[in-house]
Design a protein around this ligand. Sequence first.
Ligand code: IMP
Length: 432
Amino acid sequence: MNKNLVVLGMQWGDEGKGKVIDCLSKKFHYIVRYQGGHNAGHTLLVNDQKIVLHLIPSGVLHKHTKLFLGNGVVISPIDFIKEIDILSSYNISLENRLFISRNCFLVLGYHINMDLAREKKLGKYLIGTTGRGIGPTYEDKVARRGITVGDLFNEDLLSQKLKNNIDYYNFQLNHYYNYSTVKFDDIFLNLIKYKDILLSKVKDIPYLLNYYNDTEPKNILFEGAQGALLDLDHGTFPYVTSSNTTIGGVFTGSGVNLNSINCVLGIFKAYCTRVGSGPFPTELTDELNSYFVDKGKEIGSTTGRRRRTGWLDLVLLSRMVSLNSVSSLCLTKIDVFDGLSEFKVCIGYQNYDDLNVLSMSSSVLDWNSIRPVYKVFSGWKTSLLGITKFSDLPTEAKYYIHYIENFVGVPINIISTGPDRSSIIMVRDIIN
Ligand code: IMP
């Protein structure tokens, strides 16, 4: 029987999914991205050199894997080609390994200008987007005017759609935002330049995934980008991204059928981080914030921004575990607590009884009024860095892990104990 896995971030992104997916990839033949675009970022080590990928799935270093970008992914042609070129300069070929849906929407120059212009206009109320044009691209999809990979098959239609869109956006950029406009020729000529390579990768992804699942004893891994709390519908709206980062996105964004999913692995950090604006009940602003930024290397891989940091929030984690049918958890960066004599975990909100804060609309809920209730845990005296066996963990770390498992009701089956591939504890097999 196939064992297909969804890997989802349980917080605001940057939970360390890339490394865990890389470690799990040997058991999977097909790796699928189904939402987001080049706003995501994961760092890979190739021949001891760091490379950052934004669009191409994390399992790329394993040559046996085939990689898919489902219809829910938005593709910036320039960045897509750039990543292929970077990988090829390291002798990693994507020939016959990387496939995209013809229904992926394209991120184009005017989306980026709109994203930046809107953020500028919002001033201190800005969302803190990655500035990659992701929101405006998804808006175009919903508004049914967006340009897809499939549109590249017909140059006349492409040119017409592009003209209309550029008229529409340049008017707003110029007259409403007082921001720089874009030129038709620049965008069109680039699309023509990249069209053959994009079109050579087009496949009917829903058909293929369902066919593989029915006929081949090979496993599929669905790689979530961003984190569940950045979901457009279920996250901390409006400080969210513009796609569905929660479980439903797998189905709409890839076309795989419901019966194809066997396990959902939720990944969370021992503490929390977020980039950009928005609610963060357990946020730290004192020297502990600097501790986590420095020790946890909490600098965004896409934008280079310093991440905000805070204590682990079990209220939000429990809600995301339940909402996403998470069957296994993976805890990352526990080694960052080495050196702390004690640390805290949020186990409730003092002034909200039902704990279902995310169900309240943001206009009703004043996030600043939330007072987290903390449980204090003792730290440990030895280093956890690089530990590979659960039995080698100090008692205090085991207690912390079991506490989380009991609180959220789902086992922690993987623990990452450092940035290296080998620094990982596989407590239980999630895939046989
Ligand atoms: P956008 O996706 O660029 O529109 O940004 C919307 C929000 O999502 C901002 O707060 C971003 O910082 C955040 N965001 C988008 N992608 C990522 C990611 O990969 N990791 C963490 N935060 C992200």
